[in-house]
Design a protein around this ligand. Structure first.
Ligand SMILES: [Mg+2]
Length: 418
C-alpha cells in the first residue's frame, strides 16, 4: 500500500474529461455467492428478536418478520463511453431496480459524467417532486451515485476517498453495534452500541434495556463509551422513559428513538432530555432532513448511510452542514462496506465509524459482515481502506453478471467495447 498523503492534491483529470455516460442498469442480486458473499449473514432469529418496528403494539410483538422487506440486494452498473464501469449497491430490489432502469438511468444517460453533483441534482429534483424522495427512490439514487463515483475512480486510477477530497485521516476508528459485548471488547473496539428491544410494556422494556446496559458496563469497564440504538421505538413518550432510565447510567448517546419523519416527536424528546446526547439519520433521505434537524438542535450526532441517503454526493453535503452546525457526523455502518469506508476516510467531519453486528452469528463476526472482495477488514477496532481505484472492489463485470443472472432484468446491455 502506498503511503497516505493528507489533503486533496489537484491534478489534471485526463481520462474522464469530456466523457459521457453510456448506460445505467440495475438488477437484483440473486446469487450473492458470486459477489463473494457465501455466508447467510445475520442470524434471522436474532434479528427478529430485537428488531421489530411494531414491537410497541401487543398485537405484533412476536411478528418482526412481517415487517422485513422480502427483496434482494441491488447491483447497479454505470458504464462510460470508453467501457469503464462502476458498481453501486443498495437494498430493496423490488422497487429499486425498475426505478433505476426505467427512470433514473434514462435521465442521466448521455450526459457528461464528471459533474456528479449536477447528476445527483437531476436525479433528486427531477424525480422526487412526484415520487417523494424519502425511502426507495433514495435507495435507487444511492446505487447510481455510488456507481458513478466508482467509475470515476477507475477512470482516474484513484481511490474514491481521494476524489472526495481526502483522506482526512490515516484510518477509521470503529465501534461495534450488537449484543456480543465480550467479543467486541476482546477484538479491540474502543466503544460499543447496544440494540434496544422494545415492547408494549414500556416500563418493562426500559428496565430490560437498563439491565442490559448495566451488564455491558460490567464487561466493557468504566471508561468505554456505550451507546444504545432504539430504532424499534416509535413514540416520543417511550423514548423519554428510556432516556430517563439510561441517562443516570451514563449512556453515551441514544439513537433513532422515534419514527424517522416524526419531527414533532424529535422536538418533544429533545425538550424532555436536554442533557442526553441524541443521534439519528440513517433513515433520513436526501439533505433537507439533516438541515432541518441540525438547525433545530434536535440531534447531537447525525448518521447518514451512503447506501440509503442518496450516495456519496449528499453525504458530503451533509458533512458540511454538520460541521457548520456544530454537530457530530458518525456515518451509519461505515465499516460494513467499501463505500462507507472510503467516504468515512475522506470526510474530516466523520468522527467515529460503525461496525454493525446486530443479530450477528456468535463467534463469527466476519461471516456476519459478508464483505465484498477487496474490502478492508477491521483489526483491533481500526480499518485502513483499500487505496485501489474506485471503491477498491475486486469484482469483474462477469462476477456481477453471474450474481444477477436470475434477476428479471439483465445487467449485460453494454457494447462490445465494454
Ligand atoms: Mg442505528
Amino acid at each position: 500500500m502506498k503511503p497516505i498523503s493528507f489533503g486533496f492534491q489537484p491534478k489534471q483529470r485526463l481520462r474522464s474529461a469530456g466523457m459521457r455516460i453510456r448506460s445505467v442498469h440495475a438488477a437484483a442480486v440473486t446469487d450473492p455467492a458470486a459477489l463473494g458473499r457465501t455466508s447467510p449473514g445475520f442470524d434471522p432469529a436474532l434479528v427478529s428478536s430485537s428488531m421489530n418496528p411494531m414491537g410497541h403494539d401487543a398485537r405484533y410483538e412476536d411478528s418482526a418478520a412481517r415487517f422485513r422487506p422480502p427483496w434482494a440486494d441491488v447491483a447497479c452498473i454505470v458504464t462510460a463511453d470508453d467501457g469503464t464501469w462502476g458498481l453501486g449497491m443498495t437494498s430493496h430490489s423490488g422497487p429499486v431496480v425498475p426505478l433505476v432502469n426505467d427512470f433514473l438511468g434514462p435521465i442521466i444517460t448521455g450526459l457528461d459524467l464528471v459533474d456528479v453533483d449536477h447528476l445527483w441534482d437531476l436525479m433528486t429534483q427531477g424525480t422526487g417532486s412526484h415520487l417523494g424522495l424519502s425511502g426507495v427512490l433514495s435507495y435507487a439514487i444511492s446505487a447510481v451515485d455510488l456507481a458513478l463515483w466508482d467509475m470515476l475512480g477507475k477512470l482516474e486510477s484513484a481511490p474514491v476517498f481521494e476524489l472526495l477530497g481526502g483522506p482526512a485521516r490515516e484510518s477509521l476508528a470503529c465501534y461495534a453495534t450488537g449484543g456480543n459485548v465480550d467479543e467486541y471488547v476482546a477484538d479491540g473496539f474502543g466503544a460499543i452500541k447496544l440494540p434496544c428491544p422494545w415492547g408494549s410494556d414500556v416500563e418493562a422494556a426500559a428496565e430490560l434495556n437498563a439491565d442490559r446496559f448495566a451488564d455491558a458496563r460490567t464487561v466493557a469497564g468504566p471508561d468505554m463509551p456505550i451507546r444504545v440504538d432504539g430504532w424499534a421505538i416509535q413514540r416520543a413518550s417511550d423514548a423519554i422513559v428510556l432516556g430517563e432510565a439510561l441517562g443516570p447510567l451514563g449512556v453515551d448517546w441514544i439513537e433513532d428513538c422515534v419514527f424517522p419523519e416524526d419531527w414533532a416527536a424529535y422536538a418533544e424528546v429533545r425538550a424532555a432530555l436536554p442533557d442526553t446526547r441524541l443521534a439519528s439519520g440513517e433513515r433520513w433521505y436526501g439533505v433537507a432532513a439533516f438541515q432541518l434537524a441540525i438547525e433545530q438542535g434536535w440531534v447531537d450526532i447525525v448518521q447518514p448511510d451512503a447506501l440509503w441517503v442518496g450516495g456519496a454526493t449528499p453525504t458530503r453535503r451533509i458533512a458540511a452542514l454538520a460541521e457548520a452546525g456544530g454537530v457530530e457526523l458518525a456515518l451509519h455502518c461505515t465499516g460494513n462496506d467499501p463505500y462507507g469506508q472510503h467516504i468515512g476516510l475522506a470526510l474530516a467531519a466523520n468522527t467515529t465509524n460503525e461496525m454493525y453486528y446486530g443479530g450477528s452469528i456468535p463467534d463469527d463476526l466476519m461471516a456476519t459482515l459478508r464483505p465484498l472482495p477487496g474490502m478492508a477488514p477491521v483489526v483491533e477496532g481500526t480499518i485502513v481502506p483499500s487505496d485501489a481505484p474506485g471503491f477498491g472492489i475486486e469484482l469483474t463485470l462477469s462476477d456481477v453478471e453471474r450474481a444477477t443472472a436470475q434477476s428479471t432484468v439483465s445487467l449485460s446491455p453494454r457494447s462490445p467495447a465494454g
